[in-house]
Design a protein around this ligand. Structure first.
Ligand SMILES: Nc1nc2c(c(=O)[nH]1)N[C@H]1C(S)=C(S)[C@@H](COP(=O)(O)OP(=O)(O)OC[C@H]3O[C@@H](n4cnc5c(=O)[nH]c(N)nc54)[C@H](O)[C@@H]3O)O[C@H]1N2
Ligand SMILES: Nc1nc2c(c(=O)[nH]1)N[C@H]1C(S)=C(S)[C@@H](COP(=O)(O)OP(=O)(O)OC[C@H]3O[C@@H](n4cnc5c(=O)[nH]c(N)nc54)[C@H](O)[C@@H]3O)O[C@H]1N2
Ligand code: SF4
Ligand SMILES: [Mo]
Length: 867
């Protein structure tokens, strides 16, 4: 069965064998041509029912689906009757299917009649949307993935594509192998895995991108970098150039804290290469000047005519599998539907199409404002679907409090335990990937099908169905009567073409008459798809026509913030982002042991100088504090970090660690135009976390430790592995934990080490190894001991010692696809494998998705240095 990967915005086609539950790349899909990254390749392992939400619940008690839907509808109806439609809100997600998203938007904006539906895309794409709309007249990505292969110069700015969009990265790697003169410039304060391919890395001061690109604009104008043929299609050129005049090389070098020669090397390449593709992501959007950052990039492409041609363009990589679908249906609070806004004409048009006289007339609250209004008691009922705001929103502690104080919280979810569902009054089990059916749109505007290939677990239902059922109970049945997602899709497609006449870029009217069979067989297709382009459209703006009323694109002067020194109490700047093998709040990837191997604890990356200045070494535990909260995790040192800047992954939640939700520290300072919060720059300080002991704890059941400043959890199949750290006596702590009645302890204490095995009726329940610092034990052997019945005294003795008889630990996993550990790789390097290809031939590492190749190269380099 062919379907689409539910993780990142690359949108890879997947072929899945439903019986074997094995995922392979779809060789015919335009996004990936058969490739998958490790997350995609492990999709089969996420399909189990163990961690799924199976039944509807009210107040934690299982109820029937009807009872849950009745309760949710009655609560919404009552809230609307007493407090008006603006007292309710929906918070949706770029991980919903387009059909789900369309129904949610139609219910809120079309029938409840308020604008209050916003989405996690506010944290992600909102600045790019503003940038495109202002410049091009439409939220329309001009480019396609083929441009990666056709470019002369690829600029990666604020994008760690090697980890966040691994298959697009693979395409770039291959293109550069085939055409070594294809150049890559990486603009990122950190040296990331993506720098592996960089001809030039600009480690700029965080937040200074707009200065760099405004300087580029000024430089292009002064160095014959203007495309004269393009000028006829541009507005506002003179004013924008005048506003950029102050940004000469010296000013930019000062603002960005970069070497002038490096800046020039970038500007010269940009000006002289004919085909330049700029790929940007969260380092640009998640900023207080996010919208202006995107405009600064688009300005340079417009003025130099590097748009609308193969290998060219300002290309915003979308994060989520269907962030684009959300933008199409109008899932953001400041859009109405299908690329229409809230003008009287548009409200009237959408009202006629939907058959509703109560369509919202003004934008609703954007994400940050929505949760603040909830905290103030103004939002009294919320439905959260496909997102985990208690973890992923800035001001995390305020958001959690707002949710706890909100009188009605409805959550539709696939996972049985999330930080957000812990605040829910009504839990609705949603169908997950493989069960649900519909469409998604990837970064290059390509619509592809997700298809059902397994039966849903428990009573799980598609999100669109849950929404439609509630809509019927609210009395809007006629407009929500679909039986199949195909009917939702064709209605959405028809709205996109309704009274469009070429004015709105998003037009898929060519799909409005699909039969169900045609929908089921739909091949990937890039919008617009209409009478003029029945087979879709690979690139936009090739004809120099843009979507502003006058048909021209618009350059825009941008605001460049003055540099402000860090506050004395919080001298470090915290950057946050992604790691290669985890997806967001880990509700799915965190349960796949193979994906936990790359990094299995929350960590902070520090420049060695900063670590030393704080009395910290690699491997220590530390506390990071901002004005809003604190975080706890392990130190990694890396000289690729800018001094003064630290990096913490966004992924860890209260389900996986004691105190590692990084958004509890992040203030909600938003771009005034897009409402997107600056998630990459928080002033913090750090200090060592002093503990008496650290240990490993394996236990059969999940029961999270209590009374500790630090723990973190990594599920390992049938057993849970915790890393714990505490004060006082380690053995005494363990024995006092709840639920220890009837456990027989076998204990060995030597010096300051404590090893304990806990047995219940001869069955191993606990294995615990503590010492002043984390002891070296044989993890695979210990986890395995929970799967087999250990009988021999010698084996039990070995288990108590924490070491298998004659075993060697494989070290940290480097290649997750083939589970190849650091030790085997080191050994192979010592035996003469000096290239990733040689390592691949010997151990298979790096030969599937290839995203560990940068780390393989590092290990080879390290070995050569040590020699
Ligand atoms: N493995 C994995 N892949 C994912 C996801 C995931 O959770 N896991 N999530 C998906 C989603 S929703 C998204 S939005 C994308 C995000 O994809 P990316 O944006 O590529 O990932 P991030 O790690 O958030 O941040 C990218 C880079 O921005 C840099 N940065 C920080 N501040 C600045 C700055 O001021 N200027 C510049 N130029 N760079 C800066 C950071 O150092 C970081 O390396 O990934 C998608 N893909
Ligand atoms: N500090 C910091 N914070 C960030 C970011 C950052 O870089 N730094 N990045 C931001 C960005 S770009 C993003 S996109 C957000 C992502 O943040 P979230 O959207 O909050 O993260 P997810 O873990 O993807 O949440 C998706 C939830 O939906 C559930 N789910 C999965 N499939 C389905 C389904 O089909 N139906 C339903 N109903 N539920 C489903 C999952 O179990 C999970 O609980 O985080 C943002 N927060
Ligand atoms: S690159 Fe993205 S879409 Fe492709 S397999 Fe990996 S996570 Fe899925
Ligand atoms: Mo995102």
């Amino acid at each position: 069965m062919k379907t689409t990967c539910p993780y990142c915005g690359v949108g890879c086609g997947v072929e899945i064998d439903a019986q074997e539950r094995r995922a392979r790349g779809d060789s015919l899909h335009p996004a990936n041509g058969g490739r998958l990254c490790v997350k995609g390749a492990s999709l089969g392992e996420t399909l189990g029912a163990e961690t799924r939400l199976l039944w509807p619940q009210i107040g934690g008690q299982r109820v029937t689906m009807d009872a849950a839907l009745d309760y949710a509808a009655a609560g919404l109806r009552e809230t609307i009757a007493r407090h008006g439609p603006r007292a309710v809100a929906f918070y949706a997600s770029g991980q919903l299917l387009t059909e789900d998203y369309y129904v949610a938007n139609k219910l809120m904006k079309g029938f409840i009649g308020a604008g209050n539906i916003d989405t996690n895309s506010r944290l992600c794409m909102a600045s790019a949307v503003v940038g495109y709309k202002r410049a091009l007249g439409a939220d329309a990505v001009p480019c396609c993935y083929d441009d990666i292969e056709q470019a002369d110069l690829v600029v990666l700015v604020g994008s760690n594509i090697a980890w966040a969009h691994p298959v697009a990265w693979q395409r770039l790697v291959q293109a550069k192998q085939q055409r070594p003169d294809l150049e890559v410039v990486v603009i990122d304060p950190r040296r990331t895995a993506s720098c592996e391919l960089a001809d030039l890395h600009l480690p700029l001061r965080p937040g200074s991108d707009a200065a760099l690109f405004t300087g580029l604009l000024h430089w292009l104008a002064a160095h014959r970098g203007i495309d004269n043929a393009m000028l006829a299609h541009l507005n506002n050129v003179d004013a924008t150039l005048a506003a950029s005049a102050a940004w000469d090389l010296a000013a930019v070098a000062d603002a960005c804290q970069l070497e002038k020669t490096d800046i020039l090397a970038f500007w010269q390449r940009f000006a002289t290469r004919s085909r330049v593709l700029t790929l940007w992501c969260m380092g640009i959007n998640q900023s207080q000047t996010g919208s202006d950052n995107t405009s600064a990039i688009i300005n340079a492409h417009l003025l130099s005519g590097k748009i609308g041609r193969p290998g060219c363009g300002p290309f915003s990589l979308t994060g989520q599998p269907n962030a684009m679908g959300g933008r199409e249906v109008g899932g953001l609070a400041n859009q109405l539907a299908a690329h229409m806004g809230f003008s009287a004409e548009e409200v009237d048009r959408v009202g006629r199409f939907w058959g509703s006289s109560s369509v919202a007339r003004e934008p609703g609250l954007m994400a940050v404002e929505m949760f603040r209004a909830m905290a103030r008691g103004e939002i009294k009922a919320v439905w959260i679907m496909g997102t985990n705001p208690a973890v992923s929103m800035p001001e995390g502690n305020l958001v959690a409090r707002a949710l706890k104080s909100c009188p009605l919280v409805i959550v539709s979810e696939v996972s049985n335990a999330t930080d957000t569902s812990a605040c829910a009054h009504v839990l609705l089990p949603a169908q997950g990937w493989g069960e649900k059916s519909g469409t998604v749109t990837n970064s290059e505007r390509c619509i592809s099908r997700q298809r059902r290939f397994i039966d849903p677990v428990g009573e799980a239902k598609p999100d669109w169905w849950l929404l439609a059922q509630v809509a019927r109970r609210l009395g809007y049945g006629d407009a929500f009567g679909w039986q199949h997602p195909h009917e939702v899709f064709t209605e959405h497609a028809a709205l996109s073409g309704f009274e469009n006449a070429g004015r709105r870029a998003f037009d898929i009217s060519g799909l409005a008459n699909l039969s169900q069979a045609e929908y089921d067989q739909l091949l990937p297709v890039q919008w617009p798809v209409n009478a003029a382009a029945p087979r879709g459209t690979q690139r936009l703006f090739s004809d120099g026509h843009f979507y502003h009323g006058d048909g021209k694109a618009r350059l825009l002067p941008v605001a460049i913030p003055a540099y402000s020194a860090p506050a004395p109490h919080y001298p470090l700047v915290m950057n946050t982002g992604r790691i290669r093998d985890q997806w967001h709040t880990m509700t799915r990837t965190g349960n796949v042991p193979r994906l936990m191997q790359h990094f299995d604890e929350p960590f902070v990356v520090l420049h060695p100088q900063d670590a030393a200045a704080h009395g910290l070494c690699a491997g220590d535990l530390t506390r990071v504090q901002s004005a809003l909260g604190w975080w706890c995790g392990r130190v990694i040192t890396d000289d690729g970090q800018r001094p003064g800047q630290i990096f913490i992954p966004m992924h860890w939640t209260r389900q996986f660690s004691a105190q590692a939700c990084v958004d509890g520290l992040v203030a909600a300072r938003c771009c005034p135009l897009s409402g997107q919060p600056a998630l990459k720059q928080t002033d913090v300080r750090l200090q060592p976390l002093r503990v008496d002991w650290q240990g490993w704890l394996w236990q059969r059941e999940r029961r999270d430790p209590t009374l500790l400043d630090y723990w973190s959890r990594a599920p390992q199949g049938q057993v849970q592995r915790y890393v714990v750290a505490g004060q006082g006596n380690a053995a005494a702590w363990l024995k006092q934990q709840p639920g220890m009645d009837g456990v027989e302890w076998q204990q060995a204490e030597a010096g300051d080490r404590a090893h304990l095995l806990g047995w219940r009726r001869g069955v191993l329940e606990y294995a615990f190894y503590a010492a002043p610092s984390l002891p070296d034990v044989d993890q695979a052997f210990i986890a395995q001991a929970f799967a087999v019945q250990l009988t021999g005294a010698r084996q039990r003795h070995a288990l108590l010692g924490g070491k298998a008889i004659r075993a060697e630990s494989p070290g940290r996993t480097i290649c997750s696809c083939f589970s190849v550990g650091e030790r085997a790789i080191d050994k192979a390097i010592a035996q003469g494998c000096r290239t990733p290809a040689a390592l691949g031939a010997a151990l298979k590492c790096g030969t599937n998705c290839g995203s560990c190749i940068p780390e393989l190269k590092q290990l080879i380099a390290l070995h050569c240095v040590e020699q």
